[in-house]
Write a protein that binds this ligand. Sequence first.
Ligand SMILES: Cc1cc2nc3c(=O)[nH]c(=O)nc-3n(C[C@H](O)[C@H](O)[C@H](O)COP(=O)(O)OP(=O)(O)OC[C@H]3O[C@@H](n4cnc5c(N)ncnc54)[C@H](O)[C@@H]3O)c2cc1C
Length: 366
Amino acid sequence: MTSSRIAIAGAGLGGLACARVLQLHGLDVTVFEQEPAADARPQGGTLDMHGDTGQVALRTARLHDRFRTLARPEGQQMRALDPHTAEVVIDELPEGDFRPEIDRGQLRGILLDSLAPGTVRWGHPVADVTATGDGARLTFADGRAQDFELVVGADGAWSRVRRALTGVRPEYSGVTFVEFGLDEADRRHPALAARTGQGTMMTKVDGKALVAQRTSSGHIRCYATFYAPEDWAAGLDFADTGAVRASLLERYAGWHPDLLAYLRDLDGGFAHRPLHVLPVPHAWTTTPGLTLLGDAAHLMPPLGVGANLAMLDGTELATALATAPSVGEAVRAYEAGMLPRSIETAKACASGLHDLLSDDLGSMAA
Ligand SMILES: Cc1cc2nc3c(=O)[nH]c(=O)nc-3n(C[C@H](O)[C@H](O)[C@H](O)COP(=O)(O)OP(=O)(O)OC[C@H]3O[C@@H](n4cnc5c(N)ncnc54)[C@H](O)[C@@H]3O)c2cc1C
């Protein structure tokens, strides 16, 4: 059993931001990631990086200049369309670049490139974590174990590390996303590309929304979003694109054909993403050797803050570890700032989820 300094479970945006800042301060860190390689899974759509959270984290990580070379200020465009007429009701492009967009894959790439070679151990699923009094023991899926002074749970919604701190599990929010995409939109789907604009298009009524977002490659990522019981898709095979499309067209019946075209013209298949959230407040007693960040600590509805907070958590924890007199004091200081902030934000997101599905086209939470 070897003992090393800091382990991070999970190579998502939060865990990688934490590792980057730890290395800037010369601290010893290893990231254990369950996926076999960086490119094992498509990284999905686009994220807006907020000036007061995600961009603060990027500055702390000394990666803001690199981010600026890839960020898309024009991606801040927000359009709301009437679901029955497809008319544009709202079309806004905020001034400045408080929330420029960047593809999730590009942002993850910036963080991965910034780490010392070998920092991320791919193909290392964490099976269990236990506090040891002066640290924590990580047990991997293959049965091997390793001790650390600190284990950071950056392992997302279904965190294994969280189990060692709280018995709490995420609950279904009552809202489901069905995600799909359109490739090479300007060339292959010009009418939908024009309708979407350079940023986000949203239309909604009767507890159903359709959201479409541009990525840097001209791809459009779409989310059919609606209230539904958790088992709404029982009997629906998501590998059967035709069956899912038919089910969604029935659900969105009466909407303008130009909007239903997003569902009709998709490339690839549909992905089912029931939204789960942690209860608010979610907190725990500070425990030596263990802490959480990002979705592992405060999974909330995806309304444009989760990645921003995960990165801010990660960089603040790393800064505390580099400056506090002990690991225990660093964790205490970090949690004293992170927990109240995440509780406040989670409360706002809980009501924002219902605004997203209200009939008011002016409330364009996304
Ligand atoms: C459709 C959608 C759109 C979103 N849009 C936005 C947005 O615009 N802006 C925004 O700020 N947020 C957005 N979010 C939220 C954001 O994606 C998350 O809050 C953010 O990714 C959380 O980062 P994280 O590092 O905490 O966790 P994750 O990104 O989930 O990373 C966790 C990592 O841990 C790994 N892992 C899991 N279990 C284990 C294990 N047992 N052992 C080892 N590794 C493990 C996973 O493979 C993963 O790599 C969106 C979410 C969704 C679903």
